[in-house]
Each structure stands twice: as C-alpha cells, then as structure tokens.
Design a protein around this ligand. Structure first.
Ligand code: LLP
Length: 391
C-alpha cells in the first residue's frame, strides 16, 4: 500500500507520529532469534515507547516487559502482559512504589544496598534481584552511560558480598543479577566485556536463577554510523552463557532488555514547514513541531535523518531545521542538505519510534501529536492528538 504522508497529515493533523507495524514485528523477531539458546528472554524496555497498540504487538511477538515505574507496570498489565512477564528495574525508588509493584505480583530488581534492606522489611522472605554496576559503561552521549564510576546506577560489582550479607539479614533470596551499561551502544565488544563481569558476579550469588544483561543496543541514525552485528553478537553471547551454565552447574536463564532496537526504526515524525528564512549566513526551515515533540536532538545533539517528502527532487540547499518552541536550542538539525523547502512542505524525521513520543512534553502549552499505526489494514489512529482541554 502506498501511503502519501500529505494525506495522512490531512486526515490526522500535523505534526504526526507514524509507526510501521511490519518493521516493528520484524525487529521483535530479529532480536528474539539473535541468541541461539533456550531460556533467553527478551524484555522490551517500554520507556522507549509505551503506546498500548505497540505494546500489544510486542506481546504478540512473545517479548516480556522491562518496567521502571509503577505507571509502566500498570500500563503493561492493562495491555495483557501477565505479572510474571514483567520485570521491574527502578532507580532510587521509594517504599510505596516498590511495595505496590510487589503487590501487583511483579518481580523487583533493586539498585542499592539500602533499597535491598528496605525491600526486606517490606517483603520478608521474597525473591529479589540486584542491579550491578560492572564498572564498564558506554552510550551515544554522557547522559545515557549508566555503567562505570561516574554513574548513579547499581551496586558496585565488588560489593556483591555485602549485598549477600544484607539479603541474608533481611531474609531475602537474591535470585538474579542485572546490569544495563548504557544506551545506543554500537560496539559488541563492550557488551561482551561487561557481560563477562556480570557473569562472574552471578557466579558468587548461590541462588541466582537468572542473569539480565539489560538493553542498550544502538541503531545507526546517521550515514556512516556503525551497525551492531546482532547475529554475531548473539553467537558470542551464547558462548558466554553456555560456559556460565557449565561452570555453575545451574540451569540459569538469561535476559536482555532492549528498548531502542525494538522500536526506533519503525517510527517517523512528520512535521510541516511553517517558515523558511533565508538569512545572510544561514537558511532556517521552521516547522510546526519542536523539542516538545522530539527532544533527542536538543537534549543529546542526536542525529535523525530528515527528508522533504513533498519535494524530494528539488535542488539541494544547506539548512537548519528548527521547531516552534521559544528557545534557541529548539533545533532538529544543523547544516543539513535538504531539497529546497517551502512553507507547507512535509518533512519526515526518521527513526523516531524510540524516545520520541515517550519523552514529549506540553512545554509552551502545545499539545502532543497524535500517533498512527500503519498495519496491513491501513492507517489506524492509536492515540488522538491532545486538545486544549487536555492541556
Ligand atoms: N534497561 C534499563 C534498566 C534501562 O535503563 C534502559 C534505558 C533500557 C533497558 C533500554 O535501553 P535501550 O535498549 O533503549 O538503549 N532517552 C535516551 C535513552 C535513555 C535510555 C534509558 N534507559 C535516548 O533518547 O537516547
């Protein structure tokens, strides 16, 4: 089916997030099949995109859920995930949230020694996992590197003995270890090195039933970005896992928590050009969206491919593409070569399925965009545009 973005925007309004169901299913399957071993589970990190329609597809494809808040747990339960398919990995979580998650029947991973002790008071005798900082981190930007000495996350890997003592005193059983070293990682070697550290920590935890290696798999956003060889990584990860099962004599299960890799490429944010200014030194293409709808370029300097889908064949011009938020940093792209833009042209901002809508805000009191899913039956509205009443 050929879909004309202009028609979609005429029907659903501009700006608009559009997701491709076939691409989403393809990604779920590729990730699920990457590690050639039984009892390797994929938990979708729903913070990347928690639209219920997408969650249902992810569930149909057999993935579980990595949740970081009570809100995410509740959304996942409402979308049909059973409690035992959800893993809670919160950071600096308070007692009431932890206890509500536990009451919902969802397994908890704690990320500090004090949280472990508090969990023991809330749920004596329970099984709990611990988040480890393996002292290795990586990611596309400092803000998203979650392993290593500068990170607020996890229990230092050298302190696993203390965690075991705290758990014993609190009457808890540590049944799993987890880490997440960062986000947007494109180097498989870093993952494998950190996995090695986590497995050696796991070997010291006598009752562990699972090892969870977190998420963080990057996607190439810009021309020339590396691509993670998922199958190659999966084969080498499987070797580490088999060796761990053999060395410990335990029937350990393994988990990954990808977010970006599942949903990034299935999403496009369509925006409309609302001004073109040919200043003396720079050309500014203004649009009807901004960092209120797609924060990644402003927050991390992230690159997203942009196409002029109305006039793809026009003469190329070097431009800055900006939003309509009243801040100078509200820029989607600088010095991009685009076919000449005019007011009314539709631009496609690619690979925005992950951390796009989920990080959107109502800053400047502008509504968040609608979301549309393109499946076999054509476009389906999966979240209406907010209106002034919502604001
Ligand atoms: N597991 C845990 C415990 C996490 O904290 C995260 C992401 C993931 C899994 C999934 O990571 P992924 O596979 O998506 O890289 N807003 C940033 C990304 C922040 C990621 C935070 N944690 C961005 O737009 O790049």
């Amino acid at each position: 089916m050929t879909l004309v973005p202009g028609d979609l925007l005429a029907q659903f309004g501009s700006p608009l997030y559009v997701y491709d169901e076939a691409e989403l299913r393809h990604r779920c399957r590729a990730i699920r099949d990457a590690v050639p071993l039984s009892d390797v589970d994929v938990l979708y990190a729903m913070k990347a995109n928690a639209n219920p329609a997408l969650l249902q597809i992810v569930r149909e494809e057999g993935l579980g859920i990595d949740a970081v808040s009570l809100g995410e747990v509740r959304r996942a339960l409402r979308c049909g995930f059973s409690a035992d398919r959800i893993s809670f990995n919160g950071n600096n979580v308070g007692d009431s949230e932890m206890s509500a998650v536990r009451k919902a029947g969802v397994h908890v991973t704690v990320d500090s020694l004090s949280q472990l002790a508090r969990f023991g008071r809330l749920a004596p005798g329970a099984r709990v996992a611990i988040r480890i900082n393996p002292d290795i981190g990586d990611g596309h930007h400092d803000h998203v590197i979650t392993g290593g000495p500068a990170s607020k996350f996890g229990i230092e890997h050298r302190r696993v003995g203390e965690a075991l003592d705290v758990a014993t005193r609190a009457g808890l059983v540590i049944d799993g270890v987890q880490h997440h070293i960062g986000s947007g990682v494109l180097d498989a070697e870093v993952f494998l090195k950190a996995m090695d550290v986590l497995l050696s920590v796991a070997a010291r935890v006598p009752d562990h039933r699972f090892v969870d290696f977190g998420g963080g798999f990057g996607v190439p956003y810009a021309p020339g970005d590396a691509t993670l060889d998922l199958m190659g990584f999966g084969a080498r990860a499987a070797e580490l896992m088999i060796a761990h099962r053999e060395a410990t004599g335990r029937d350990v299960g393994f988990r990954f928590e990808p977010g970006r890799l599942v949903v990034a490429t299935c999403g496009t944010l369509y925006v409309t050009v609302t001004a073109v200014k040919r200043h003396q030194q720079q050309v500014w293409v203004g649009t009807d969206s901004g960092f209120n709808h797609l924060l990644r370029p402003a927050l991390y300097g992230s690159y997203h491919a942009i196409e002029n889908v109305t006039s793809p064949d026009g003469p190329l011009e070097t431009v800055n593409v900006a939003g309509n938020v009243c801040e100078a940093g509200d820029v989607f792209a600088r010095e991009r070569s685009l076919p000449r833009c005019r007011d009314g042209d539709v631009l496609a901002i690619r690979d925005t399925g992950a951390y796009g809508w989920s990080m959107a805000s109502t800053y400047n009191l502008r509504a968040r965009p609608a979301e549309v899913l393109i499946g076999e039956g054509g476009p389906q509205l999966i979240r209406p545009r907010e209106d002034e009443e919502d604001l």
